[in-house]
Design a protein. Structure first.
Length: 477
């Protein structure tokens, strides 16, 4: 090794060398003179001067240069690691606080083990109360909730049962040997507690709900089920009445439907879909008044139109105003994908007058009729030819022409020259374009009134017409 290698500084100070003083008189036995630096850091090398005193170290005491020991890097590394850990812990704490705030009202998910190990599961979800729902407004009118609360006990469900005949009894005498079996439920509808008299309470409903039944049950709002009896029904107005042997129930209050106005809010309560959805509440408005709706027997009833939802099972249920009074009996709904929100109700004025008469008389008193049974002309195979002939005589579009089948014994037509198969083609000089022409006249007339019927009679290949005066009699059906 070259002796100058001993004077080379460590590599971290490479390029800085120790320069010994030059002495040309140095003896062969003299060793190089080494003066170690005061500090391990780089220090400028002192320059010798003429007065410099040197200490000579004998050769045997000379030791090669050993660089000063390096400072350990461990403390620095530990300090850096500790600083990093502190930063990470601070970030984690900040993120945790932020997550807790943002999820204050949610349930954190964790496994059961994690939940057991966790010391902080967060705040529980709270249920907040609200102000009491308003049951009336500042004008004294009820809200929908108020109507429901005050009137629900006046609304009932109706179950209809029809007797089933044992078909096997009539098959060559094989079968169960009985023509009767336990009545089966044939339908469900809604009803209104109308009035109380003696030991009975009367239930107002629709004729089409009860007309096909043999026995009935009424379910009160509290779930009590009671046997009911048929009182009577009227197909023309679609109103029927049942009775139950129980008193002390909440009787509904009725308003005069003539006082209704379009746009007035109403509430319907009934059993859409049957008793499973008993006393469901819907709300809407009066869409129109005096809407003509044909009944199952051809009469046009003037009904209330509403957009409150009315579905099968609502029939017979109440339509209330915002004073909690019944203004109509829900009767029908146009069932088509092309129509929405078109429900109809029999006006309360019509319903109450009909029901009172059914209870008192068993029929609608004061209703006028001619006293005949008939078939529509359009049910005959030669109707097209007959209508063409009537058209030539001036009775255009006489599609409502009625072909007389039988004449009641008490009918005024028994005193005239009317025969079976004669046709009524006009009433009071109005052509029978539909059956409603006659029913409209009858609905506005009373027993004892006289109307003029135009009769057409087929005689061979010709048709003749003549007028007949008919005194109306009272209908007891």
């Amino acid at each position: 090794m070259d002796e100058h290698d001993f004077f080379k500084k460590p590599e971290d100070n490479e390029g800085v060398y120790y320069t010994p003083p030059q002495n040309t008189e140095q003896s062969e036995s003299s060793a190089p003179i080494y003066t170690p630096p005061v500090e391990p850091a780089v220090v400028p090398t002192p320059q010798p001067s003429e007065n410099t005193q040197y200490t000579y170290i004998p050769q045997q005491q000379y030791a090669p240069y050993s660089p000063p020991p390096k400072k350990s890097a461990v403390p620095k590394v530990l300090a850096v690691i500790i600083a990093i850990c502190i930063v990470i812990a601070g970030v984690a704490l900040a993120v945790g606080v932020s997550h807790k705030i943002s999820n204050k009202n949610t349930l954190p998910y964790s496994s059961s083990e994690e939940q057991e190990e966790s010391e902080d599961t967060g705040e529980d979800v709270k249920l907040y109360g609200s102000d009491e729902v308003e049951k009336s407004d500042k004008n004294g009118n009820l809200t929908v909730a108020g109507v429901a609360e005050e009137c629900m006990d006046s609304c009932v469900g109706i179950s209809v049962y029809a007797s089933q005949s044992g078909a096997g009894s009539y098959f060559y005498n094989y079968g169960n040997g009985s023509s009767d079996s336990e009545p089966a439920k044939s339908g469900e509808g809604s009803g209104i507690i109308m009035k109380e008299a003696g030991s009975k309470t009367y239930i107002l409903t629709c004729a089409h709900v009860i007309s096909g039944g043999d026995s009935f049950k009424v379910t009160l709002n509290d779930g009590t089920e009671l046997d009911a009896e048929m009182v009577a029904y009227d197909s023309q107005t679609d109103i029927g009445v049942l009775s139950i042997e129980k008193t002390g129930l909440q009787v509904a209050e009725f308003a005069d439907s003539d006082q209704l106005v379009v746009g007035e809010q109403v509430v319907a309560i009934g059993c859409p879909g049957g008793l499973e959805f008993m006393n469901s509440v819907t709300s809407g408005y009066i869409s129109a008044l005096s809407r003509p709706v044909s009944s199952s027997i051809g009469y046009d009833n003037e009904c209330i139109q509403t957009d409150a939802a009315i579905n099968p099972g609502n029939s017979g249920g109440a339509l209330f105003n915002m004073q909690g009074q019944v203004v109509g009996v829900n009767s029908s709904k146009i069932a088509s994908t092309e129509y929405e929100g078109m429900g109809f109700a029999v006006p309360s004025k019509t319903a109450i007058a009909t029901a009172n008469s059914l209870i008192a008389e068993g029929y609608v008193s004061g209703r006028a009729k001619i006293g005949i049974s008939y078939n529509p002309l359009t049910s005959y195979s030669n109707s097209t030819a007959v209508l063409a002939a009537l058209n030539e005589k001036g009775y255009k579009d006489a599609n409502g022409t009625m072909v007389i089948n039988e004449i009641d014994s008490n009918s005024d037509l028994n005193n005239s020259d009317i025969k079976q198969y004669d046709m009524i083609v006009a009433v009071n000089d109005t052509t029978m374009t539909s059956v409603d022409v006659l029913t409209s006249v009858l609905s506005k007339s009373s027993p004892g009134d006289t109307i003029t019927l135009t009769i057409a009679r087929i005689d061979g290949n010709s048709i003749s017409t003549f007028d007949v005066e008919c005194k109306l009699i009272e209908s007891k059906k």
